[in-house]
Design a protein around this ligand. Sequence first.
Ligand code: FAD
Ligand code: MLT
Ligand code: ZN
Length: 474
Amino acid sequence: MTVFLDAVTAVLGSNGLLTDPADLVPYASDWRGKIDGAPLAVARPSSTAQVAAVVRLCLEHGVAIVPQGGNTGLAGGATPDRSGTQLVVALDRMTRILDVDPIDNVIVVEAGCILTTAQQAATDIGRLLPLSFGAEGSARVGGAVATNAGGINVLRYGNTRQLVLGIEVVLADGHVLDLMSRLRKDNAGYDLKQLFIGSEGTLGIVTAVCLRLSPRIVQMQTAVLQMASLGGVLNLYAMLSADLGEFLSSFELISPQARALSVAHLPKSNWPFSDGWAVLVEVGSGSAHIDLGGLLETALATAIEAGIVEDAVIAQSDAQRDAFWLVRESITEGERAAGPSIKHDVSVPISCLPALIEACEADIIATFPGARANVFGHVGDGNVHFNVIPSLEQRAEPGFEARVNACIHDRVAAAGGSITAEHGVGQLRVQELAHYKSPDVIKLMRQIKRAIDPRQAMNPGKVLADERATNPPA
Ligand code: FAD
Ligand code: MLT
Ligand code: ZN
């Protein structure tokens, strides 16, 4: 390995390769501290040419690669295994904004650009990059593309997939595949970029991205609604969708437990209600000539009259809006501070969502007494995070997590849902993916993996089981 590491240093310079165990620590475990790995080293290239050169060296020396962006992923996809043989390729020195164009309505960035930096660059030219989620201050655009991240604005603008117009990828053989289009219409053959979006580093390393921008929002209204019951969420969603149309950008569900965990974690918070299920709603418009406040007030009054919503508070200032969002976006940190949890990131048809939550809550009480549910999510997308916080005894119980997973995911599968709506498979859900997806789908995914990465060097053991041991490359 010394020969290999010397060769990588020759390409990247001494600053570009970390080998000191203390320097490897931030790259070795996942954000939750749930999965620990042991990287051989961390390569930090500063250009696409350097990424390609490192990948070629990996190919030559038989070294497996783990691409890493901001390391905020929640499925262990960016964490190497414990063998001490895998090279983390971190994109954290490739942070440049390459272009922001108000006519083409695009932003072009290197893959290591932090998401909030890209959002700000769009704002600076009077445009909106709508991709937004709690980890946006650390997550990198390449990581968002590799996970097809969702977040709080999917309802109106779609997932990352819908925002990507072009990408540049370094393939497993070190070839740079230039798919850097900024076209909105292009039916010339297969849309290959879609294969790499959401592939979690298993097919190549994304080095640059072109994202579409939207018109900037000039007025926005944000409200917290106290629900009379969880069941009313479907009617509320239908009513607000009908009344507010395309202005509706967020519809986030927050359980009493989720609010409590978040508020307990924050030094100071401003949330209007102290119990019950809540929904955080946001509407925005690019036009100043629409009475958005009036529209929202009328819609909420109708929901209150119908008995679906008990009470509602519309933010009266940017500071109050930020305070509402802070509580929503701090749930994950509050949950982490409360100890290890068993996360679920599931989606079902929206019509099935309240029944799914109620059934899973009943299962937890009946089958896993002592465990607590922490429920929140992007209900307008049919995506709920049904997380389970085990008791101290349950944490130590062998097989407990697998039993909880099976309980929740069997219900999701029965409702025609997905066991990962937005966080991805990573290494956390590999076996469950093989269980819940049809064998035909897994077989075709394998064929694609073998065609693009025949030596299985790109993030082995993520998304699909690592088949190198049983089926070594010729
Ligand atoms: P990493 O964690 O570094 O990597 C994630 C995966 O992508 C790994 O498989 C890695 O190998 C691969 N990868 C990273 N960069 C590249 C690259 N350049 N080329 C190829 N592969 C690459 N996710 C949501 O979808 N919605 C949310 O609302 C949301 N909220 C979050 C809130 C918090 C507090 C936290 C901690 C996480 C949240 N996440 C959410 C999960 C996470 O932030 C996203 O998945 C994010 O897109 C990961 O970006 P990253 O740069 O940190 O990627
Ligand atoms: C969220 O919706 O806040 C994220 O997906 C993070 C999480 O699930 O904890
Ligand atoms: Zn989420």
